[in-house]
Design a protein around this ligand. Sequence first.
Ligand code: HQG
Length: 183
Amino acid sequence: MVKKMDTNKRMGKYVSMLLRHHPEEAGVVLDEHGWTDVAQLIEKVQPRYPLTVELLQELAYGKDKQRYEFSDDGKKVRAVHGHSVDVDLGYEEMQPPSVLYHGSATRFSESIEREGLLKQSRQFVHLSENAEQAKSVGRRHGKLVLYGVKAEEMYRDGYKFYRSASGVWLTDHIPVQYLQIIL
Ligand code: HQG
């Protein structure tokens, strides 16, 4: 059972890598909106992992958060956040809640507190509505530092925010004056 969980986790990371960053590594092709054909994706992943449609659905609606979505006919799939490849998901601009959260690691704090939050290799800075979710994202990078983002104030100042289908909030850059250290 433990072994099966580990394989699924590794498979999930591999599928996310293909759908968000390097589709070419397995010969997967994404269209301009990030979609790829489910049957082809499964065929390209199978030399490495025993992916099936059912497993892809499980990975899409993960325990902690949604990561992928399917087209209405179920034939296409795409990641709903996290891309570094240049695709247009058609996110709509939305008014954010007053505070959003970003978890990071203490080794980045000095730089973050100097330059603000940068999107690095991804298309956007990723923020959570929920502090717990932000904490687990931060811990993946090292010793946790949790920032609160004055999102409503930013929005009033003209910054644009988008909400992905997974509920992750996206924006281009968070200048330092909108950041508060929470933990
Ligand atoms: C840090 C997950 C130095 C930033 C999550 C982060 C998310 C800076 C790292 C999604 C910096 C980038 C994305 C600056 C930001 N100086 N470091 N000025 N500004 N950083 O992985 O947000 O679970 O690209 O704090 O839920 O950790 O995979 O971004 O530590 O939504 O579905 O640079 O990944 O989604 O790391 O994670 P990442 P992230 P999944």
